[in-house]
Design a protein. Sequence first.
Lengths: 156, 659
Amino acid sequence: MRTLKPKHQRLVLVVVALIALLAAGLLAAYALRSQASYFYLPEQLLADPPEIGQPVRLGGMVEEGSLATDSDGVTMRFMVTGRENSRIPVRFSGIAPDLFVEGSGVVAEGRLASNGVFVADNLLAKHDENYVPRELQDMEQHQAAEMAEETTVGLE
Amino acid sequence: MIAELGLAALWLAAALAALQTVAGFLSVRAGQGAEIAALIRPASMMQGLLVAFSFAMLLWLFAITDLSVKLVAANSHVDKPLIYKLSGTWGNHEGSMLLWVTVMAAAGALIAAVEHRLPERTMYATLGAQGLVALGFYGFLLLSSNPFERLPVPALQGMGLNPLLQDIGLALHPPTLYFGYVGLSVAFSFAVGALLTRSVTPDFARAMRPWVLGAWVFLTLGITAGSYWAYYELGWGGWWFWDPVENASLMPWLAATALLHSASVLASRDALRTWTIMLGVVAFSMSMIGTFLVRSGILTSVHAFAVDPERGTFILVLLTLYIGGALLLFALRANTISEGKRFSVTSREGALVFNNVMLSAILAIVLLGTLYPLLTEAFNVRVSVGPPYFNPVGAIFFMPMLLVMGVGPLLRWREDRPDRIRSELALFAALIIAAIVLLSLLVEIALLPLLGLAMGLGLAVASFMPLRSRQLGRIPAATWGMVLAHFGITVALIGMASESAFSEEELVALSAGESATVGPWTVTLEAVEPVAGPNWTAIQGRLSARYGDSEPVVLAPQARSFWAPPQQTTESALSTRWNGQLYAVIGDPAGEGRFQLRLWWKPFVTLIWYGGVVIALGGVLALIGHVLNDLRRRHRERRLDEQRSEEEALGILSGEERL
């Protein structure tokens, strides 16, 4: 590079920087496609399940009366329900978030095990009035829509 | 009355910003000696004072809990301890935006007051740009998020502050972060000023460098404090979650780090002119993008207060105008900046260019990962991007950068032969390879932490190699700063790698008297008892934790229930030793009188934050070094000038005598 004129050196620098950034971009695009964890509703998880062991998020309502704790005191099992009577069994070991109760919305981060149980590493529940996980904002609307559907059945 | 005073001061400041902008750009056109130019600096300083006054008024309103002000009523509570009343000032959207413009105006006032090294015309353009950016954010504050709005009927008690934010962390983390975040606006304005007046010179880089360093130090401390706060307050045992808001603070840091290094090439060697300007624009653009991501409510996070599409649109428009405008100016002017000096690939400049390119690549990766969920949402696909993406992809660029960081400072400027530093290179490589071999033989460890630890150990030695065969007393402060900052990176790296390689976790349900072990610790649950604080009640576990055979320490993790607003938080309890931290969280009752306990033993985790502090300390040393250097240089120049004028005077005298 010693023989290059300053102008050419700048050109080389720009090209090198562009190549590196392009490489970063391509790598990012590739990795994002494979590493991003997709969000599933229970009915979607049943209709088109993700690969076993792939990290995904599952969002739905915690079914009333389904919450049970194993004898070790730290493993919880419950059902997450969605539309069309879809139900997914979920297992979670850990300390549940404070506002995690039956009948409320939840987003579970984890993966589907081969026996059809969703193994959650982490649960996200409503934090407070101001902070609702994005996925749960719609959940309440969709729940409301479902309620409306049920109550209007047969009225027409 | 106080609220009205604050609001009036804010409007006045906005008017002064407009004046500063107009006067600034008119003076640039008119050139030296324009009369209107005399207004610029006073306008900028006055503006800083007015906004500071306005901010003080808001602090006062929060201190006395004036519930006729909407913001106070919505975010404070009469029963809250005073410190959280005060820090609650910026624990909400409007207050934190006021802090934002306060820092912006203060930075502008400071450069107006003390920066006299640049040509006056460049300063006019710089202050004009600073005023223009500030004006947009005053507009945002006054038109869409007025912090001083009154309620028609005063509230009785106030809604209270999110309990997660009722912590000393809130008093420290946001202001420090903002000083860094918004302090980078100075780099932006300098870059615009230099482009407008076509004065991209080593002098310009020397003038800009201390400002960038100052902002960078605050940013480093702010990120470090935020990370530690999230670590102990959230009770999840993690110290970095790749949350969009964390990324929003990391991106300006990456850009500012690159800018620091390229500015030092420009200052010392007059190379990388356009690149430095570009980074100056990018760094603050990242701050603005971060503000947009956090403040628009477009992303969910505990940090996102405002879920108001109008505000989001407002910031987006500002963002487009400023970033777009600066980039356009850059595109128009870039080819008029003459090229700097040449250098060969194996030289200090070459290494710094490599570092810059890698930092930019990491920046691109973080930015893409942060924006990707927004992109897919447009196609109705919801994804979240987390550590499985950021860690490996970032590491691909981070690792080579670290290697070059180890050897780059050993190279000479302009041109060097690698075989001159043969022995240092060999030592560095030998350390890393030995560490890799030993670690992979002795312990079971994943690839990334293994590489991290090995490089950390090699770099711990390599970062001090620039000091070899030099007289320690005569090394300039700036060099000590660099060595220390690089060493800080190493310390933090070892902490991160060690935390991810050796952490042990135990999740158990215990009744009183039972014990659990995690790593070298034996933890016994002595009792669970109710406790009460000023605005909460809690169940508190009393744990006695014994490290090996040593004396037991008492830990008291709590699950707190606040009543304003009604919310529960987990308060973790930590026991710190020189070689790591025990982290304990108490959960729900688990039946049969048992309580859930989650315990972590995290070897050397504290190095992460010590590293951050050491990096910042290095920055402070470099800052002191550069400023001292500059003062000395100016002193010398003044002496030379005096001598010359004395000589001239003598010459005239002797000439007169001759007459």
